[in-house]
Write a protein that binds this ligand. Structure first.
Ligand code: PMT
Length: 400
């Protein structure tokens, strides 16, 4: 019996179980979610039933296992389950499930529920290493992440058939922690968070630009995490890539365009995070046509761009939190401290982009958070989503 003070009391979780050897671990996940107070509605695929008996899962869940679109009185169990869920969890998620979900294929009860729900979705892939590393599987995982699906990566370890490698279902602890975090952490609810991402492109002529290597991954991770924590999020981006679900996007190209949009948004935003790599210089003029090679090597005269962040710092409202990044190749903390003071910031996220796996284009980053008063906090090389989480933990602390 659970009490209303249990961490997941009042939450309905649809637990989808696919056919893989790791299906037995879903039983433990189910038990822990029920212990935390959740109402767990299990859905098994045909394959799952070859690995665990439905009686086992039904006995531990809050209601009997469902397996089919056709086996109950209600003619539309998928919409009922999808609409009633506070969260849909799929553990284990097979390569086939990930592919079907990424492509919007609804061929059984679980895939129908996934398409029918508006609730957050957590998928926990499990498969052999070769399958996990296959480009098609990775592309499907990427697509799902870009749509705002939470993915609990598989672990390294022993797999079926005596093999070992990456692909083992994450531990029940990690899965339950992710579910709790997605359902529980709403510490930015009510806040408007504005995030910039990507590198600006400054035109030289009709076809050429001055650009940089920013992929936008770090900014997108911050935007996604802020939305997950309940904020209204506006992403000002130069990158042609789908925004996470629920994030409003404004596309820009140049520093001047980014400044115009951010100046407008920052007038009312509670938090602004400048993860974009803004050009420091731009051509004084842009030739209307294409500069011809036959005319010889052109002389391109540059001028400084406006410092967007410095402008936001000068106009900062009481209570507003301004976060800047510092992309450095040495003297990391001193440079970051100088930016913090010059631009009137509350936090600088300093990354030494000369280090392997750090900064531009990587999925990972390593940063030092620099705060007024010289307070430092280093975060080792980790996924950009972990950096985003740590950044927003500090922001939440600053707003308290
Ligand atoms: O996009 P990814 O591939 O994921 O890479 C992430 C990143 C390396 C781009 C990111 O982690 C990062 O460091 N972003 C800031 C890059 C940068 O422009 O740093 P900076 O040290 O030159 O500028 C300092 C701060 O001032 C930044 O917040 C920048 O957005 C801002 N700035 C800079 C120049 C300018 N004209 N206006 C600005 O607002």
């Amino acid at each position: 019996m659970t009490t209303s003070s249990a961490p997941l009391a009042g939450k309905t979780i649809v637990l989808g179980v696919c056919g893989g050897i790791a299906a037995y671990k879903a039983v433990e996940v189910c038990r822990r979610l029920v212990d935390l107070g959740a109402h767990v509605a299990p859905v098994m695929t045909d394959g799952a039933e070859r690995f665990v008996g439905r009686t086992t899962l039904s006995a531990l869940a809050s209601q009997p296992v469902q397996t089919s679109l056709w086996d109950e009185e209600s003619p539309i169990p998928h919409t009922r389950l999808g609409q009633g869920a506070d969260l849909v969890l799929v553990a284990p998620a097979t390569a086939r499930l990930l592919s079907a979900y990424a492509h919007g294929l609804a061929h059984d009860l679980l895939t129908n529920v996934l398409i029918a729900t508006r609730a957050p979705v957590v998928v926990c892939p499990a498969m052999h290493t070769e399958m996990w590393e296959h480009q098609a599987v990775q592309a499907n995982v990427r697509t799902l992440r870009e749509r705002g699906v939470h993915v609990v990566d598989p672990e390294d370890g022993r797999l079926a058939g005596g093999d070992s490698g990456k692909g083992r279902l994450a531990a029940p602890d990690a899965i339950v922690a992710e579910v709790s975090s997605v359902l529980g952490q709403r510490d930015l609810a009510g806040a408007h968070v504005v995030v910039s991402a990507g590198g600006t492109r400054e035109p030289i002529d009709a076809v050429r630009v001055i650009a940089n290597r920013s992929s936008g991954k770090q900014g997108y991770a911050v935007a996604d995490e802020a939305r997950r924590r309940g904020a209204r999020v506006t992403l000002v981006t130069t990158v042609d890539r789908p925004a996470p679900i629920g994030v409003e996007t404004v596309c820009v190209e140049t520093a001047a365009q980014m400044k115009a949009v951010l100046d407008g948004l920052a007038a009312t935003a509670d938090v602004v995070v400048m993860a974009a790599a803004v050009a420091d210089f731009r051509p004084v003029s842009c030739t209307s046509g294409k500069i011809k090679k036959s005319g010889g090597v052109p002389e391109i005269v540059l001028e400084p761009t406006p410092d967007i962040l410095a402008g936001l710092g000068a106009a900062k409202r009481p209570g507003q939190i301004l976060v800047g990044f510092a992309a450095e190749t040495g003297d990391l903390v001193a440079q970051a401290q100088s930016k913090l003071e010059r631009k009137n910031l509350d936090l600088v996220v300093a990354n030494d982009v000369s280090q392997p796996g750090v900064g531009f284009q990587h999925d990972t980053n390593a940063v030092t958070f620099v705060r007024p008063g010289g307070e430092l906090e280093s975060h080792p090389l980790s996924d950009k989503r972990d950096i985003a989480r740590a950044l927003l933990d500090i922001v939440v602390g600053l707003r308290a």
